[in-house]
Design a binder for this molecule. Structure first.
Ligand code: FAD
Ligand code: NAI
Ligand code: MG
Length: 512
């Protein structure tokens, strides 16, 4: 089986390699200019973020229509669906990130990228403040602080003017203000989180190994608690259990047999957006693989060694349980970022926007006429998923093109010329303005990896609507399809190579 896998992977890699070779290299880009040839002022479009929404917009936008500036503290795009595979090394982090510049350099016209975080938006004056935190400069002077204090991080702040602003800053992990969560747990949202989980995992394994069997401290260290039974929690629990069963068991059988993954979920079920059949299937797989699933259990407090939760029994009575942990992973969904809360507080129409920016059907922020928002930083009828953000990005690219068409026509109308021409163009303008289409979401389905090479998928596929599948085939087929659709060819090859590496040599257990 391994031989077949290696051979087919080699074939796939060969094919993809050929595609990379054929993929065009950055073409000559036109530089940013202040005016168009017809004398019209070129508008500045500032895009915040380099995640699913913003990058999808950028990839689909005709960047010669605007002077585009991208501002994001993260100078790469992160393919989040494979992030749960990273802490255990199923997939390498470098395989699922793509530099922003690799994307901007392929745009039709120059795109400026600034590695910085937006700290304040002034919607009245169309201005925003951005801040870069770095250890290499001293303030604005740009002078090297020298090696005497190389780790002191300093902030460089500057401001930017925009005509259009697109907010695509995503969300931050929610803690619901539960005491101890922020201090003691690790999230799974960014590359740095994956590295933290990896380090902690190796640490608890080695620390437990030095203690005698039966020592309660050994037992605590070997308890991994994942809080939140959404797809993030389920996928990371599955990946951790895979690591224990497929790798750690080979090298450290005793530690592996004691290492326990517990998934805690407040509601009666995990994966609540999935079909009931798949939820039950997930439960069954967890049972078979010894993942301790605790539903109806809500975490109330966390200290440095245990999670304190309330469990509801079937008769409605509740008891307090304490679950000691060596590592706690917190995955209870999203909360708005400070920049989003700050912007909401400045716009009357956003006063009630507690869970994200409110937008109209064209992604225009309620109460603004030049700020758009997409993805996880908005609160809409759609789920906060990559799939939604990705489609919103495509929509916004088209919408911004239409807005430019309108501007261009207005310019032509105002230019001197024969009256009947103006009349004709005015009619066209009215038609253009009234035909601006709203965003339509096309749900393709939900997919989650649940461990032991199995996945669950709720699919919506034309006439085949609502096909629910679970199992190994689902895992192989749908994961590949997703990767094929969304990653760059380079990243596709890297992910395939990672998978082949694991099939041949297993995952690594060294501490980095
Ligand atoms: P993000 O992709 O989070 O991007 C936000 C960007 O904004 C980042 O580049 C960030 O650095 C930047 N930023 C942050 N603050 C600022 C600031 N102040 N100024 C400027 N920039 C800023 N969805 C699916 O559909 N399928 C999946 O399989 C799936 N798997 C997932 C697995 C994991 C582990 C996680 C965490 C999420 C997963 N999701 C999945 C959800 C998906 O990742 C999000 O819905 C998606 O990332 C939202 O896109 P976004 O552009 O709104 O935000
Ligand atoms: P989520 O919001 O989907 O799930 C969080 C879970 O945590 C909920 O089930 C909730 O009941 C539970 N919870 C909340 N507070 C709790 C507490 N105190 N104690 C115990 N349980 C508690 O969050 P998640 O998984 O982080 O996903 C965020 C978004 O990203 C979702 O929209 C999801 O669809 C998307 N995503 C999609 C993936 C996929 O399609 N494969 C993978 C990962 C994320
Ligand atoms: Mg984004």
């Amino acid at each position: 089986a391994v031989g077949v896998l290696v051979l087919s992977t080699a074939a796939a890699v060969g094919y993809l390699g050929y595609k990379v070779y054929k993929e065009s290299y950055p073409a000559d880009q036109s530089k940013q200019v202040s005016t168009f040839e017809d004398g019209r002022k070129k508008k500045t479009l500032v895009i915040l973020g380099s995640g699913w929404g913003s990058i999808s917009l950028l990839k689909n936008l005709d960047t010669s229509l605007y002077n585009v500036v991208v501002v994001s503290p993260r100078n790469y795009f992160l393919f989040t669906p494979l992030l749960p595979s990273c802490p255990t090394g199923t997939v390498e982090l470098r395989s699922i990130i793509e530099p922003v510049r690799a994307i901007t350099r392929k745009c039709s016209a120059e795109v400026i990228y600034l590695e910085a975080e937006a700290t304040e938006i002034d919607p009245i004056n169309n201005k925003l403040t951005i801040k870069q935190s770095t250890t290499v400069h001293s303030g604005h002077s740009g002078t090297d602080t020298g090696s005497s204090k190389p780790t002191v991080s300093e902030d460089i702040s500057t401001s930017l003017q925009y005509d259009y602003l697109v907010v695509g800053v995503g969300a931050q992990p929610s803690t619901f203000g539960i005491p101890g969560v922020a201090e003691h747990s690790t999230f799974l949202k960014e590359v740095s989180d994956s590295i933290k989980i990896r380090r902690r995992l190796m640490e608890v394994i080695e620390a437990a190994n030095i203690l005698p069997k039966g020592d309660p401290e050994r037992k605590r260290l070997l308890s991994i608690v994942v809080c939140g039974g959404g797809p993030t929690g389920v996928e990371v629990a599955g990946e951790l259990q895979d690591y224990i069963d497929q790798d750690l068991r080979k090298w450290m059988p005793e530690v592996a047999s004691e290492l326990k993954v517990t998934l805690v979920e407040a509601l009666p079920n995990v994966l609540n957006m999935f079909n009931k059949k798949l939820v039950d299937y997930t439960k069954q797989v967890f049972q078979d693989t010894n993942i301790d699933l605790r539903t109806n259990t809500m975490v109330k407090k966390v200290d440095d060694r245990a999670v304190i939760a309330q469990t509801k029994a079937q008769d409605g009575s509740s008891t307090t349980v304490e679950i000691p942990y060596g590592m706690l992973i917190w995955a209870t969904g999203n909360a708005p970022r400070p920049i989003v809360r700050d912007l909401s507080s400045k716009i009357d129409e956003q006063k009630n926007a507690r869970r994200g920016l409110l937008v109209d059907d064209k992604l225009l922020v309620d109460g603004s006429n030049n700020i758009f928002a997409l993805g996880d930083c908005t609160f809409t009828k759609f789920a906060p998923t990559a799939q939604v953000a990705f489609q919103e990005g495509i929509f916004l690219a088209q919408h911004l093109k239409r807005l430019d068409d309108i501007e261009s026509l207005k310019q032509k109308i105002s230019a001197p010329g024969p009256q009947d021409n103006v009349d004709r163009m005015s009619k066209k303008l009215v038609k253009l303005e009234s035909s601006l289409e709203p965003f339509k979401y096309n749900h393709q389905g939900s997919l989650a990896y649940i461990g032991s090479e199995r996945a669950v998928a709720d699919l919506v596929w034309g006439d085949w609507s609502n096909v629910s599948t679970g199992g190994t085939f689902t895992y192989l087929f749908w994961r590949s399809a997703y990767i094929y659709m969304c990653l760059s060819v380079k990243n596709q090859i890297l992910v395939c190579l990672d998978w082949a590496k694991i099939a041949m040599f297993g995952r690594d257990i060294s501490k980095e």
